[in-house]
Design a protein around this ligand. Sequence first.
Ligand SMILES: [Zn+2]
Length: 548
Amino acid sequence: MRPSRISALLTAIVLYASMISCSDNNTYVPRIQRDRDKDKEFSIGQSYAADDEDIIDEIEVSDELCDISDIEEKVQLLIDHIDDQEDEEVIKNDIQFLLDMYDKLYEAHTNMEVVFYRNYSDNDLESEYNKFYRAAFVAEDLLAHGFIYGYNSKYKKLFEDLVDEDDFTKHAGEYDLEDARIESEASFDDRSEAMSSYYEITNNNDLSNKEKDLQCAEVLLDLLSDYNTDILYSQYDRDYTGDEILELSDTVKKELIPVYNKLIDKYFDMPNWAASYYTDNDGSDPFEIIREYAPLLSEDISKSADIICNEKLYSIYDNAEAFPGAFTDDMPYQKKARVFIGNVGEENELNSAIHEFGHFHACLYDDTPAYLFKNNMDIAEIQSQGLELLFMQFYDDIYGDASDPKKIEKVMDLLDSVICGFLVGEFEYTVVRDMDNMTPQDVVDLFNDIFKEYSPYYNLNIIPHIFESPGYYISYATSSLAAFDIFEDMQKNPKKALEQYEKIAKTSYNSGEYTFRMALKECGFSDVLTKNYISELADEISNYADSF
Ligand SMILES: [Zn+2]
């Protein structure tokens, strides 16, 4: 089994960071959780949303794109044309055909994803969805094999932008295309197997939390056996190292955790925090609320709001069958995207919608073919979190009396992303670095040791990202740090904050043209991965807390 760009992308998607749970028992609600104890039989395309108005006009899902032998045949054609020394034009056409085919397959995957995620406990739909996921996963490997073949031929220059170092490492030693397919299918199946073991453990109510942690640690060590510290970060196109993160993590613990605790105290001192927490948008469609305020930000943001509303490229599901979480996934063939929001709680719908709309808006400016997606989550999450912060300007108007607690909630939410991101980042990097000498118990101890000063509600087994997309989590931290730069400007110079946001929203997180630090510099952000920035941020948020 080995890490793959598509598996990171498809499983991680872009996940909504949830606010600490303020319910009575105050238990932490994981950002994603799966529940498979129901056994219902629905057929594809049927909708079971509680509110009919929320159902998108039937999403078309065509599975003719999922035929792996068909994909293999198309890649073989490219290889044959290379062997036959055909004209460059023929080779160029083959390349374009394959990139388009992959875009269509990816888009079909996105559509099927929404269909499945709205009926998340349906086993039939799950296996149908897995077909798309598997086809996309294997197709990526087959294309990579074909493109490397081209790169090693006299047509080298046509393939230069299509292959990178990771591809060479991953596909080294592949004998032929069939070999590449067998390897890829086995890799997908291994990964699925590891993921099912993970979900079996977390859904087993007979196990205590401690037992779950220990068993999950075993799964994790197995999953990570093909990783090293370089791959852990290079798969997300990062321009910082795990060692830098370890160093900054110390500063985060020392400086930001106390500020977070101060905000919590402030929040619970507010007499109306509970009422405010459960304030929702009175049944209004959150995307219509976004459309209403978008023109106050900019013409471009307003245009995107019109597109998502007019074309109904979002689905909100409140029913128990839906996946509890939110995401945005690309539709690269049409150069659009789809937003899914399921069971986040009515009081969180608007927030989720703003966050996901930030991703949607950015997707409209990104025309990278899906095969070349760099999946730079550090940049992508600034595009969503930055917009959440910009919308804080309208809280007084939107929430009225509940506005102050809502503002603190938002800042806590983002600060939690920074802190948790660093803690999980520190954990993941340390495990990958030291795993040869670690037992499952060592892994659990390390996790608990890192988290003990922050929150007893986090356990290794409740964070699926660690298992689904190793190395992903640190992006929550880096991007929130950057989003906080917009927050600081918003207090003093809202126009500058908006300008910064508009620039970063149009910076492709997929093309690879910009890495995180380059993008920040280009868009006028501070260098956020420094101790100095983190210390100043701690002061700033502390002052903000005092302002209430
Ligand atoms: Zn996001």
